[in-house]
Design a protein around this ligand. Structure first.
Ligand SMILES: Nc1ncnc2c1ncn2[C@@H]1O[C@H](COP(=O)(O)OP(=O)(O)OP(=O)(O)O)[C@@H](O)[C@H]1O
Ligand SMILES: [Mg+2]
Length: 730
């Protein structure tokens, strides 16, 4: 037997050696399904003599495709076969067969914002209000229709309720709009290609015969369109090999259909089924926990998961006081592991349910110079919105910062074009001044006249107005930037969900800046800007670098790490509130199962009592899944009282005397003279009849104009004119 079979157990060998006919590898996590796929391809090409060009390997994510390609390159002599995602494969085939299918092969693929812009304008043309009928809702519905292979014409007769009838109107117009631009959206790639296979028997036969061996990993997460493609190319030559684990099906919300894998044997009578039972990835303790959790799902077939691996250390379940403490404690843990435990940063992964939850970790890592990467989503500090705000802060504090100027001037868009900016830059260079200075005296710039000059003048005026933020607390400064620039308005055109995410990010930035001020009462805006967390052009690292990985649970599918932290294991986060509302609690449990089974040696699950989430402080309770984990294999630790462990951010104990600022008696009173509003001071505990107890974070003005920003645990921050608001010292 060849070298390729050396690192395989008997069941895996049988699967690898089976090269002809349909086959299904049904097995739990870490049992070697992906390994079987790569070794089977290598065996077919190297040893059976099947040409690479007749093999197609399909993976679920680009990252998985990259890894498989890499692995195949080391196993295969000669050119490795085509390895890509379904979307990648479809785009490729559509370019080839475009003309035949009736469109130009140089089509463009729309991104999210293009697609939402198109939908917004259609909704408006129909006389509907995008506030009540958010484009995102239509987008989601149309996306699902395409994944279910329902064409606009077919949907006409199916639309039953009011919203669906609207969708039935929007959908064909949207397709028409895309056609005019010779463009496809992401879902079209699957839909159009599946449709081509269905309609054009010649193309279908050609592809069926060309790709005689098709292998699909993670088949449990295929939707109807993907199913139709895999099946459509395997009607005549039925060498379709799929692998999957129904317990790891986590894309139901995006139209994945578990029946595709459950009915594989009906679709391909005589299919060989291989079951792998041995887990090579995780310690016995980790596996026991995973097994116990997934047993709580009722809609499943039980699978035995066994391992020869040692029990390993017990799984840790830790309760922290707040999200910042959690992040700091884990960052300290990681440093310790590297400094004295012989670990590498690259051994560690942190999984979150929602991508915005990475923020406190990024801040904690930056503070300690821990290298990290955020996968499947942008790093918080690299997101466009955050970088834009940072550009305004930089530019205001240092008007010589031309890079920040160039970023700020274009966001939100103000119609100041490239040519104008080039002329401005030429003038500035000739006079040895910055772009902001040149803008302040734009009438001196002879080459810029008319409308561009007027636009620059108003930008100059904005920059002057922004000067007031220099003396404000960071959170208030950021908020002021957002209002003076009307920054949030430009998000109105986005699909509702996207808009909420971006607004949420901005709120989170404000919340985080507020926490920072509570921690660093002596420091000013400049100090805030200096902290490493906001150097927006932080090092970018490549995937092979020795860095901690931060990612969502959805993106973690198929991967493995020696050390895993599953954080924010809290009610309404995991299981996610929306998942539960939509009756997908079992899918949420599968998501937790996927997270747990990524860990090879050490697993830590943590939750907090208080978290800054969606822009405000929330009091959290532990995930109900925690109660389902067996105590035999884990240690539960309550560290909620260790608030000093990290830099805690919220002075939540309002009964304590605020130690960080003396009551300030304003030296200059407003025109109306001393007012009762002046008895308030920063850090003071107050009470509001509706919002309850709160803490004054910021005060501005004096006398009747005196305004306070107050943080209420119930609703987050609120701003009041004190002499008119029913706010009393607590
Ligand atoms: N026979 C074997 N001997 C040693 N190690 C193995 C063997 N089979 C698989 N492994 C290792 O076990 C780990 C898990 O394998 P693999 O990723 O292929 O599992 P999987 O079934 O695809 O898991 P998932 O369901 O999470 O995608 C990998 O590190 C792999 O190299
Ligand atoms: Mg796998």
């Amino acid at each position: 037997m060849s070298r390729l079979f050396d690192g395989l157990n008997d069941a895996q060998r049988a699967a690898v050696a089976h090269t002809e006919g349909p086959m299904l590898v049904l097995a739990g996590p870490g049992s070697g399904k992906t390994r079987v796929i790569t070794h089977r391809i290598a065996h077919m090409v190297n040893e059976v003599g099947i040409p690479s060009s007749s093999v197609l390997a399909v993976t679920f994510t680009n990252k998985a495709a990259d890894e498989m390609r890499h692995r195949l390159a080391s196993l295969i002599v000669g050119r490795p076969p085509l390895t890509c995602t379904f979307h990648g494969f479809c785009a490729r085939m559509l370019r080839r067969y475009g003309e035949r299918a009736g469109f130009e092969p140089n089509f463009s693929i729309l991104d999210e914002s293009d697609r939402s812009r198109a939908l917004t304008s259609i909704i408006k043309e129909m006389g509907l209000d995008t506030g009540h009928f958010p484009p995102g809702k239509f987008q989601h519905r149309i996306s699902n229709l395409k994944n279910e292979l329902t064409s606009p014409a077919e949907f006409q007769s199916q639309a039953a309720d009011y919203f669906d009838r609207l969708v039935a109107d929007v959908y064909p117009r949207y397709q028409e709009r895309l056609k005019e631009q010779n463009a496809f959206d992401f879902d079209d790639l699957l839909f159009v290609f599946a449709d081509l296979l269905r309609r054009d028997e010649e193309v279908r036969t050609q592809l069926d015969e060309r790709f005689r061996y098709i292998l699909v990993d993670e088949y449990q997460d295929t939707n109807l369109a993907q199913y139709a493609i895999a099946r459509g190319m395997s009607l005549k030559v039925q060498n379709l090999c799929v692998t999957g684990d129904p317990d790891q099906s986590i894309y139901g919300w995006r139209g994945a259909n578990l029946n595709n894998i459950l009915h594989f044997e009906d679709d391909f009578p005589g299919a060989s089924v291989f079951r792998l039972e041995q887990n090579y990835r995780s310690t016995a303790n980790i596996l026991s926990i995973a097994d116990q959790l997934i047993r709580q799902n009722s809609r499943r077939k039980h699978k035995e998961l066994i391992t020869d691996n040692p029990p390993g250390s017990r799984v840790r379940v830790i309760c922290y006081q707040s999200d910042d403490v959690e992040a700091n404690a884990i960052a300290n843990d990681i440093c310790e592991g590297v400094e004295v435990g012989g670990r590498r940063f690259g051994d560690v992964a942190i999984f979150v349910r929602v991508s915005s939850l990475t923020r406190p970790f990024e801040a904690a890592f930056r503070a300690r110079h821990i290298p990290y990467q955020v996968i499947g989503g942008y790093s918080f500090f690299e997101r466009k919105e955050i970088r834009d705000v940072v550009a305004y802060l930089r530019l205001t504090l240092n008007p010589k910062d031309d890079a920040a100027y160039l970023r700020a001037v274009g966001s939100p868009p103000r119609g100041i074009g490239q040519r104008t900016l080039e002329r401005l830059a030429t003038h500035a260079r000739a006079h040895g001044i910055s772009l902001a200075e040149a803008t302040a005296n734009v009438s001196d710039v002879k080459s810029i006249k008319g409308k561009p000059a007027a636009s620059l003048r108003s930008f100059g005026k904005l920059l002057r107005e922004l000067e007031e933020i220099k003396t404000l607390a960071p959170a208030v400064a950021i908020d002021t930037i957002l209002s003076l620039t009307a920054y949030r308005d430009q998000l109105d055109d986005l699909p509702e969900e996207e808009r909420q995410t971006r607004l949420g990010l901005l709120e989170e930035m404000i919340g985080a800046a507020r926490s920072w001020s509570v921690e660093n009462p002596e420091e000013d805006l400049l100090a805030y800007m200096e902290q490493a967390a906001l150097t927006s052009d932080a090092d970018r690292r490549d995937a092979s670098a020795d860095v901690v990985t931060l990612m969502t649970l959805h993106a973690a599918k198929g991967l493995e790490f020696p050390i895993v932290y599953l954080v924010a294991f809290e009610h309404d986060i995991l299981p996610h509130q929306r998942g539960v509302e939509e009756g997908n609690e079992e899918e949420e449990r599968r998501l937790a199962f996927v997270g747990i089974t990524r860990a090879r040696e050490e697993l830590t699950i943590s939750y907090t009592q208080r978290r800054l989430y969606q822009g405000r402080t929330n009091y959290m309770s532990p995930s109900p899944f925690l109660a389902e984990l067996p105590d035999d294999f884990l240690d539960r630790e309550d560290r909620a009282d260790d608030w000093r462990e990290g830099a805690d951010s919220f002075a939540d104990d309002y009964s304590q005397e605020p130690s960080w600022e003396e009551p300030s008696i304003p030296l200059v009173h407003g025109a109306s003279g001393p007012s009762p509003a002046d008895r308030f001071y920063r850090g003071m505990a107050v009470r509001h009849p509706v919002y309850g107890q709160g803490l004054i974070l910021q005060l501005e003005g004096a006398g009747e104009d005196r305004k306070a920003t107050i943080e209420f645990p119930s609703v987050g921050p609120k701003r009041f004119v004190l002499c008119r608001a029913p706010v009393e010292p607590a």
